[in-house]
Unconditional design. Structure first.
Length: 263
């Protein structure tokens, strides 16, 4: 029995999958996981063994129920590779030029998709239901939103002291960030504080916002466990880069949330 979707239309009807997808989910649920992984690696859509992305999204979401990080990661890697194949490449075919706008859109769409998956990993996210109905259309919506937002994000800047050569935060910023935990139990239970925190996170640059969002969901930055899903793996960044972005974000959140209270 395949669990139904939960999102409703404007008329109150539940979203429903395509009957072919529903039938394939029943079929795929009965085969060994190793066989499903092998079929999921097939990229040609005209191959009779091809597994639609709608099905992969379903199985990734279902892995939350059996709390299997290893199973989640295997499916996650395959699906995110598919997503990246669908997005515009920043490099030209001859490798001589690079489009910054395409790179920005690519990063935004991929980052947003990862954010949706990580949120759903913690608690059911109805917004992901459409990806089980029409994956290509849902991804196209993310791409359109990224194109519309790219120009605004290019003009958004956060005044932070960074090393001119390495781009890393200065020792002062890192110290301030390290002493501040925006999710401390002593303050996060306050409803007014949570509203201010949500607003401050929304104002962060996209990369910082994604990292803070995943930290909030309990994802570790890195792990010695080979099968553990981490922020570094999810965002395809080094541990050092993730920590740098985190420290920048924490410093901004601290300024937004605490300075007003200290005056």
């Amino acid at each position: 029995m395949i669990a139904p979707l939960r999102k409703r239309t404007l008329t109150g009807d539940l979203y429903t999958r395509d009957p072919k997808i529903e039938a394939m989910l029943v079929e795929l649920s009965s085969i060994p996981r190793g066989e499903l992984i092998e079929r999921a690696r097939i990229l040609r859509r005209d191959d009779p063994q091809y597994v639609p992305s709608e099905c992969l999204v379903h199985f990734i979401r279902s892995s939350r129920l059996d709390n299997s990080d290893a199973w989640f990661e295997r499916l996650y890697r395959i699906l995110t590779e598919r997503v990246l194949r669908c997005l515009p490449r920043a490099d030209s075919s001859d490798g001589r030029t690079r489009s910054l706008s395409k790179e920005t859109i690519r990063d935004k769409v991929f980052g947003r998709f990862v954010e949706l998956l990580s949120t759903d990993r913690a608690t059911y996210l109805e917004q992901l239901d459409y990806f089980e109905i029409r994956f290509d259309g849902a991804l196209a919506n993310l791409r359109r939103d990224a194109q519309e937002q790219a120009w605004r994000d290019e003009n958004r800047s956060v005044p932070l002291e960074c090393d001119a050569e390495t781009g890393e935060v200065t020792a002062e910023v890192e110290k301030a960030a390290g002493q501040f935990d925006p999710f401390a139990a002593s303050i996060v239970d306050d409803a007014v504080y949570r509203l201010r925190l949500d607003a401050a996170i929304a104002d962060l640059p996209p990369e910082q916002s994604r990292i803070i969002h995943m930290l909030r969901q309990g994802f570790p930055i890195d792990s010695k466990e080979p099968g553990a899903m981490t922020i570094a793996k999810a965002l395809r960044r080094s541990e050092k880069t993730v920590r740098t972005y985190r420290d920048k974000a924490f410093a901004v959140l601290r300024a937004a949330l605490l300075e007003g209270d200290e005056s």
